[in-house]
Write a protein that binds this ligand. Structure first.
Ligand SMILES: [Ca+2]
Ligand SMILES: [Ca+2]
Length: 271
């Protein structure tokens, strides 16, 4: 009976751990510490049956250790969206990013899947297309939502695989209501942001990073009263795991392992 319980415990701990390894590091570290907590709680229940105050105290200390490690790791790797208004700062956070400048396509090309790894589409209105009708940020082409210059429209940028960072330049954001929404792979909103305004006729940089490398889709919706152009889309992965997350994981393993060893040496399981 005891062995069967241990097998069930091992499976319930390992399954989410293996599944979450595909979404390293946030879910993995989160579930790893959850596993420690689960095992500590099971030890506590086992010892509680034996009604030993000292054992219970030691086991409670172990649960507290695992809880602290869990909270530390969760905090360390929790998905956090950071915004950037400075291109070099964003690029240093997302080294080796991909740049799409749109200048290799003919003007007035409707955008869809011309570039590897990314698909462009409307969110609900307008058609994202290249244009050389106004000054681009790089070379001759920028992206507009067609029909141009009437204001409004929107652009959806969907990535084949989740990204850690995405950035672009935007032109002529004059009014409130130009909104960017970031989504993860299951369409959960990671954050919403307004384009800076008023910047008539100006190109402005806007970048985002997600510490969990989970940006799968970006919707850019334009105020119907405003024309906004886009150029120089950039995206890539944020290096991970961070030193803080790794330190948190090492501390979690060390603290929990130490507490567990002391507990087993002093009060070995007998049945
Ligand atoms: Ca360009
Ligand atoms: Ca405008």
């Amino acid at each position: 009976m005891k062995k069967r319980k241990e097998v069930i415990l091992a499976i319930t701990t390992m399954v989410p751990l293996i599944r979450s390894a595909f979404h390293w590091p946030s879910n993995f570290l989160h579930n790893f510490c959850k596993g420690l907590l689960l095992m500590s709680t099971t030890t506590f229940r086992r010892l509680a049956i034996r009604n030993s105050t000292r054992r219970l105290a030691a086991s409670l200390a172990m649960i507290a250790t695992a809880t602290v490690a869990f909270l530390c790791c969760t905090t360390a790797v929790q998905a956090a969206i950071t915004t950037y208004s400075n291109e070099p700062a964003w690029q240093s956070a997302v080294p080796g990013s991909t740049l799409i400048h749109f200048d290799d396509l003919a003007p007035a090309t409707n955008l869809s899947n011309q570039y590897p790894g990314v698909t462009f589409s409307p969110v609900s209105t307008g058609i994202p297309r290249t244009s050389n009708d106004v000054s681009a940020h790089s070379a001759s082409n920028l992206v507009i939502t067609y029909p141009a210059f009437n204001g409004g429209g929107d652009v959806r940028i969907a990535f084949d695989s989740p990204q850690g960072g995405v950035a672009f330049w935007h032109l002529d954001s004059e009014f409130a209501g130009n909104k960017v929404t970031l989504y993860d792979a299951v369409d959960q909103v990671l954050g919403t942001f307004d384009l800076q305004f008023p910047h008539p006729f100006e190109w402005v940089f806007l970048g985002f990073t997600s510490s969990a490398n989970d940006i799968s889709k970006v919707d850019i919706e334009i105020n119907p009263a405003d024309f906004v152009g886009l150029d120089d889309l950039q995206f890539g992965m944020v290096p991970e795991p961070s030193g803080f997350a790794l330190a948190g994981l090492a501390a979690a393993i060390g603290l929990w392992g130490g507490a567990n060893r002391i507990l087993r040496q002093r009060w070995p399981a007998t049945g």
